[in-house]
Design a binder for this molecule. Structure first.
Ligand SMILES: NC(=O)c1ccc[n+]([C@@H]2O[C@H](COP(=O)([O-])OP(=O)(O)OC[C@H]3O[C@@H](n4cnc5c(N)ncnc54)[C@H](OP(=O)(O)O)[C@@H]3O)[C@@H](O)[C@H]2O)c1
Length: 348
């Protein structure tokens, strides 16, 4: 059967890009091309490119005339919010400017955002956040990316969609924003050291409402928004559709790992977990685990997520009103991904 659409997944080795690539490959009417500097699982046509290098993008994208849909999930992590802007804008600009030139069939550019557009990373924000909430003061790279895409699209035949997940449940080694694997590694080390599974966040972060986004659900929503005409040129909050509090979820996660829970004690993970590499390496050797400590040490992200002593949620009903009706059970998502991490020998 002839492929009707050609996807270019930009950042396909990442936590979000990996699942999106696999989902697109499972659909009958898509040809998938991926950019990645790391080897990718499965049989996917891969372009190895440095997205920060405009000349490299021009050379490597020169043959991509068949691309109809760009799924942009690339990301450069930096120590401050302001420093995120320059590299993340440069990568997106290099992709958009080049693909516009080389692909006459371009129909859509999808790009990944998050609740940072609502200022969720800075402190309490209006909840549930809605897609039409007024913007926060810049610098904030996701908002700047949307401004750029909106301006670039003017007068063009392609459309865009911006996808705003909460913290994403999935796994990619080396990913700096990897909540579920960091919880799994933290639990495995707690077990090895024979200490209870303590919530390590701010005391006030144990109680507020929070929601997550399953990477599989996110992939479906992203493709839905990119192919639904009524969804064109808009942003969508995408979340599992249920809410939880760590105070309820944490003991359940402890039980999954066979661990007792003790009351929370604030532990700065970036500091406390720094010297745990030998513990991990011993586990790795004993259980034949795939990855070294470095690839799994997203501890600053743990400190960040576990510092949210305010509700962290956005209204996901806009996508549902326009026809995206999938959801995920967050507790089951935790168990499913932990099972996968075990099966793939990421954790014992
Ligand atoms: N993870 C979450 O929980 C979450 C939640 C909400 C929103 N988001 C947003 O979603 C986006 C993607 O997040 P993610 O967690 O999937 O990120 P990620 O796992 O770090 O993936 C980033 C991707 O970008 C690629 N990349 C970075 N610099 C590159 C360069 N110079 N040239 C080529 N490729 C480059 C990486 O490829 P290499 O491996 O080759 O470096 C990787 O494939 C980000 O904007 C993030 O803020 C993430």
């Amino acid at each position: 059967m002839a492929h009707l659409k050609t996807a270019l997944v930009v950042g396909a080795s990442g936590l979000i890009g990996k699942n999106l690539t696999a989902y697109l490959q499972s659909l009958p009417d898509w040809k998938v091309i991926a950019t990645s500097r790391k080897p990718l699982p499965g049989n996917v046509e891969t372009v190895t490119v440095d997205l920060l290098d405009e000349a490299d993008v021009a050379v490597k994208f020169a043959t991509l005339a068949s691309v109809t849909h760009v799924f942009y999930t690339a990301y450069q992590d930096k120590p401050t919010w302001a420093e995120l802007v320059a590299p993340n804008m440069a990568m997106l600009r290099n992709v958009v400017q080049t693909i516009e030139k080389v692909s006459p069939k371009l129909e859509h550019i999808s790009f990944m955002q998050g609740y940072k557009v609502y200022g969720a990373h800075l402190g309490p924000f209006r909840t549930p956040a809605r897609e039409d909430d007024p913007p926060i003061m810049l610098p904030e790279f996701m908002t700047e990316q949307q401004r750029y895409i909106t301006a670039a699209q003017q007068g063009k035949s392609w459309s865009w969609s911006a996808i705003r997940p909460s913290v994403v449940g999935g796994f990619a080694p080396g990913n700096p924003l990897n909540l579920l694997s960091l919880i799994a590694v933290y639990a495995s080390i707690s077990k090895e050291l024979n200490v209870p599974f303590r919530f390590p966040g701010k005391p006030g972060a144990y109680h507020p409402l929070i929601e997550l986004t399953d990477a599989d659900l996110l992939a479906k929503a992203t493709v839905w928004a990119a192919t639904t005409p009524e969804a064109a040129n808009q942003a969508f909050n995408i979340n599992n559709g249920d809410l939880f509090r760590w105070e309820e979820m944490w003991p359940k996660l402890g039980r999954y790992f066979g661990l007792e829970t003790a009351p929370p004690v604030q532990l700065p993970l970036a500091e406390v977990m720094r010297d745990k590499e030998p513990v991990w390496e011993a586990l790795r050797e004993r259980h034949g685990l795939q990855y070294g400590y470095e690839a799994l040490s997203a501890w600053p992200f743990g400190d960040f997520v576990f510092s949210w002593d305010y509700d962290f949620l956005a209204d996901g009903s806009k996508a549902r009103r326009l026809g995206f009706h999938e959801y995920a059970d967050t507790e089951q998502m935790f168990y499913r991904i932990f099972d996968q991490l075990r099966a793939e020998r990421v954790i014992p």
